[in-house]
Design a protein. Sequence first.
Length: 272
Amino acid sequence: MTYHRPTSLAALGAGALFAISAASSVQADATQPLWSFGNVSLNYLDWSSGTERRTANNAAKSDFLFIELEGGVGFEWGEFYGFVDLENPTNDQFDEASDGQDNLRTAAKVTSHIYLGDSPFSVYAHVYDFRDYGFNAREQDQILGAGYRHTFDNGLWIKPFLGAARVQSDAYTGMNGYMAGWVAGYDFTAFEQNFSVTNWHEQTFDRDDDYLEQNFVGDRAGVVGTNGALSLWWHPSELITTGVQYRYANNKLGTPNDYQNAMIYSIKLNFL
């Protein structure tokens, strides 16, 4: 059967024109964001004195300033979030005064939920990349699994996930157990001001023995790792957001078998 392409729109007929119009509308809706946000922020991370003492010989921690570019976008079919951090932006790649603790570093993360139809379930993926330029060190975590999205009647929303983990680093590259976690948030008003509480949490487990021995300083880390932050944000205007975060980790960030915690003080300039 030979197909002849019509030579004019009139030749297509009303039905075909309607089909093309509908297809164009669907395509436009698929690429049209339902929501988006973006900001640039200045942040100061202040490790607790206990953390600095406990990690003195195990990937020692010191306070640092970092600049962050953050954003997210949502469509009818999925959503994406990401950030890029530049830590110690005014320092050389290797900071001799701190014996490398205040090296120039970068951290970046991208997460995605690809929706499974109209259900609250999704295909979840994320990539986290950390680099220390003074020590020429790199670690990248890659997660692929399933996600879920739910908003309660009171406005609290939560997006848990579970996935298989792979790591790519200088010391070890390969599959590395599993990661479960969530992001959650709640917006509220107090004293005629807008606030929000957010939490991100990651729990890694069944990690590879070689990774636990090679990617930590001083000792072999435990198979379960904890990583996250609990945050309180104040939104005095559409342009400005400021907040404080409680940062926590255990068997993560290069330090084995020790709890680490810090406060992060942030001010954001919102441009979307």
